[in-house]
Design a protein around this ligand. Structure first.
Ligand SMILES: Nc1ncnc2c1ncn2[C@@H]1O[C@H](COP(=O)(O)OP(=O)(O)OP(=O)(O)O)[C@@H](O)[C@H]1O
Length: 315
């Protein structure tokens, strides 16, 4: 194990039927880091998380989680990892405290009452402990699910789209909780489709069609994509806004994608000179300035360049 890598896996591979849904994925995450796991639907994020927490046996690959061998020490890994699934099951007719007591019992935890009290306190649930889980808003339900996942004092949290469908304020508070846990030494691997959440991670990993396509800090991933961008604003003489030129500009050579953002147009491609050339027919009246590509631009670009693995190959 590399010194402080608490997740250190290489070549992780999983096949279902004839399809390789996770294909030779390498991932290292150091203690106390929050790593965002991004990628299109069905790209293998959940499957990777399940292999890392010892729930699913990889078909190939090796590595350690918390220094424990992924192949031979799955039970030891499971005991020290908290895993919040996409549809984490809570009992709607039990209170917050009763739900936590139930999970503490399932884990066979000693000092149940104290642990529940600690989790309630740590995640800001103490004042609501008597509320029925079924009556909570989406954000509070997710917070309760998070409390249930940390009851057994895990050292790693694997969170699978924990805030899907939760409003921005509640998502922000949820992320504040995640940062609080990480500040205390928790390592977090969290899958998400939200770009603002990716930006709250220390580092990100982007997977498409089972393959890891980008890894690093946001600045590293954006720079590594080699993508350049122009931002266009203004109107043509006939009143057409820059945002309406997306299709025409995307069809030009050298343009990987063009997309409206409000009244502005975002144009991306691998070569800045080619981008300027592509927008030249409109540049008299539309003002195009060089911009940094967004993380979303980079992800869409990576995904379009990746090979679709959704076709079943029967062997
Ligand atoms: N037990 C299984 N049997 C067969 N196929 C499966 C199984 N589990 C997952 N898959 C397939 O593997 C692929 C990867 O699924 P996975 O859930 O890991 O993707 P994901 O990136 O988490 O997707 P999402 O963002 O939609 O949650 C999908 O095509 C899925 O249908």
């Amino acid at each position: 194990m590399t010194d402080d890598l608490v997740i250190d896996v290489r070549g992780l591979t999983k096949r279902f039927g004839g399809r390789t849904v996770v294909d030779a994925v390498d991932l290292g995450v150091a203690r106390g880091r929050i790593c965002g796991f991004l990628g299109p639907n069905g790209s293998g994020k959940t499957t990777t998380l399940r292999m890392i927490c010892g729930l699913l046996i990889p078909d190939a690959g090796e590595g350690t989680v918390l220094g424990q061998d992924l192949k031979t020490r799955r039970s030891a890994i499971k005991a020290r990892v908290g895993y919040m699934t996409q549809k984490f099951g809570l009992f709607s007719d039990l209170t917050i405290a009763e739900n936590l007591e139930f999970f503490a019992r399932v884990h066979g935890l000693p000092r149940r009452r104290e642990r529940v009290a600690e989790a309630l306190e740590k995640l800001g649930l103490a004042t609501r402990s008597d509320q029925l889980a079924g009556k909570l808003s989406g954000g509070w339900k997710q917070r309760l699910a998070l409390a249930a996942c940390v009851l057994h004092d895990p050292e790693i949290l694997l969170l699978d789209e924990p805030t899907a469908g939760v409003d921005p304020q509640a998502r922000r508070e949820f992320w504040d909780q995640i940062h609080g846990l990480a500040a205390d030494g928790m390592t977090v691997l969290v899958s998400t489709h939200y770009m603002d959440e990716a930006e709250r991670c220390h580092e990100i990993a982007y997977i498409a069609y089972g393959r890891m396509l980008a890894r690093g800090s946001i600045a590293e991933v954006v720079a590594g994509s080699g993508l350049k961008a122009l931002q266009g604003e203004g109107h043509l003489p006939d009143g057409t806004g820059a945002d309406r030129l997306a299709a025409a500009i995307e069809a030009r050579p050298g343009v990987a994608m063009a997309a409206p953002f409000g009244t502005a147009l975002h144009v991306c491609g691998p070569d800045m000179a080619a981008l300027h050339e592509a927008v030249a027919p409109w540049a008299d009246t539309i003002h195009f300035r060089e911009a940094s590509p967004s993380l979303e631009d980079v992800f869409i670009h990576l995904m379009r360049g990746a090979e679709d693995n959704s076709v079943v190959v029967h062997q």
